[in-house]
Design a protein around this ligand. Structure first.
Ligand code: AMP
Ligand code: MG
Length: 428
């Protein structure tokens, strides 16, 4: 605990450490060094396991499919009979999904079979119903068959004993179905990460109450509620805290003792940061960075509650501007929380498309402009910005479906130039 606090201050001795112009990738990397995933596990019902993280590898207890099944509606036959039976088979019964044909199929015989039905004993191929001619109980089958055709083989999807999922896998809809297909009704997952959030600012009013002059609504806490809900963490919503030292300190201490991470918005810009810095120094250790990015310049990261009863708790002090909150959450906090949850997040899915119109940019910062990726009538994809890009213009996040990521060294972008886009995931 203490060594982690000490190493936070050791950051300052790093050669390329510049808290006033911290590159995005470096800040991400520095945060990563302080993240220790939670280890406590629990068993949960599969029906309640969405967005949880698997705490152990899953080996398949069975073959999937567990038996040979028909992949078509048609007739189950013995392939070797085809020559002997001269293409004519006697239909001796039917097999439906969930209702097997009980007897054995002998030479010259066939069974009417439906998709998902067990292959009757003796049969090894299924002929599609469209290919046969039915005359009463006699079925005429053409000669161009392949042995084993139209059968879903035992174990063709998953073999018994094989590794299906590994520890750290997030449980998404596909994993819900996959685990169910193996017969699991409970899974072992890591306990839920507890994340406390609060807004700071005397100017903030809660939605539902009228605004007095000079007030604005507290939107950040709602964006954060949405972002955190997507991750499947347990949220401790601490409301809005006044810009007052005693209230802020009490809120920090309480949150640090209850949660694995605390996320705040506002109060980290120049001036205010000094004041919060002082306060946080009393209950932990926090570094303040000016990230070389737009929007989202000021960002605080650290451990708080280090000297309290339960700590240390991770602290993310996000900027106050509503777009900056969402961008910094997406670029730093989301992956950090996923690591704490026991996952290994993959880098954001990024690819290049043509920029439909020119963008103004000054070199020196990574910009995350809000973009709309769309397809033209000939099927080609391009991106345009949502328009005005101020960090308070939250409607830009609602209109956008991606970030246009412009690197630090990039200047103005001409129309038609290829730019990196990052599809929103977990944002909309
Ligand atoms: P600050 O970093 O506290 O100076 O805030 C920067 C800007 O973001 C100011 O214009 C604040 O009014 C605004 N802001 C701070 N917190 C919130 C919030 N929870 N919801 C909406 N706007 C906010
Ligand atoms: Mg403020």
């Amino acid at each position: 605990m203490e060594s982690q606090s000490r190493s936070l201050s050791r950051l300052e001795s790093l050669d390329d450490y510049d808290p006033n112009a911290m590159p995005v990738a470096q800040a991400r990397e520095l945060i990563r060094q302080f993240l220790t995933p939670i280890t406590e596990q629990e068993s949960v019902k599969l029906s309640a396991a969405l967005r949880r993280t698997l705490a152990s590898d899953v080996l398949s207890p069975m073959n999937v499919p567990p038996h040979d099944y028909s992949a078509m509606d048609g007739y189950a036959v013995r392939f070797d009979d085809l020559a002997n039976a001269a293409g004519k088979f006697k239909m001796i019964g039917s097999a439906y999904a969930g209702h097997a044909f009980e007897g054995e199929v002998l030479a010259g015989e066939c069974v009417r079979i439906m998709t998902g039905a067990l292959i009757p004993q003796g049969c090894d191929s299924v002929v599609m119903q469209e290919q046969v001619t039915v005359e009463g109980n006699s079925i005429a089958i053409p000669g161009d068959l392949r042995r084993g055709q139209n059968i879903r083989r035992v174990g063709e999807d998953i073999q018994q004993g094989s590794a299906v999922l590994v520890r750290g896998q997030p449980i998404r809809p596909a994993e819900m179905g996959l685990l169910a297909s193996l017969g699991f009704d409970e899974v072992t997952v890591y306990r839920k990460l507890k994340v406390a959030i609060f807004s700071t600012g005397d100017e903030l009013q809660q939605p539902g109450s009228p605004l007095a002059p000079g007030q604005i609504y507290d939107s950040n806490r709602y964006s954060l509620l949405g972002l955190l809900n997507e991750l499947g963490v347990e949220i401790l919503d601490k409301g809005n805290i006044r810009d007052d030292k005693a209230s802020l300190k009490a809120a920090f201490v309480e949150a640090a003792q209850q949660a694995d991470a605390v996320i705040t918005s506002g109060g980290v810009s120049v001036g205010e940061a000094d004041y919060i810095k002082q306060l946080l120094a009393e209950i932990g250790e926090v570094v303040f960075w000016k990230i070389a990015m737009k929007p989202g310049r000021p960002l605080a990261y650290g451990k708080i509650g280090a000297y309290g009863k339960i700590g240390p708790c991770h602290f993310f002090g996000l900027p106050g501007n509503p777009v900056a909150v969402m961008v910094t959450f997406q670029q730093f906090v989301r992956d950090a929380l996923l690591v704490l949850m026991g996952q290994q997040p993959k880098p954001a899915f990024t690819f290049k498309v043509a920029c439909a119109s020119a963008i103004k940019k000054v070199p020196g910062r990574t910009e995350f402009q809000r973009g709309i990726l769309s397809q033209d009538t000939s099927g080609g994809w391009s991106v345009r910005t949502t328009g005005e890009q101020g960090s308070g213009i939250l409607s830009s996040m609602s209109k956008a479906n991606c970030f246009i990521v412009l690197p630090v060294s990039q200047g103005n972008v001409g129309a038609g130039v290829m730019v990196d886009v990052q599809i929103f995931s977990g944002i909309n």
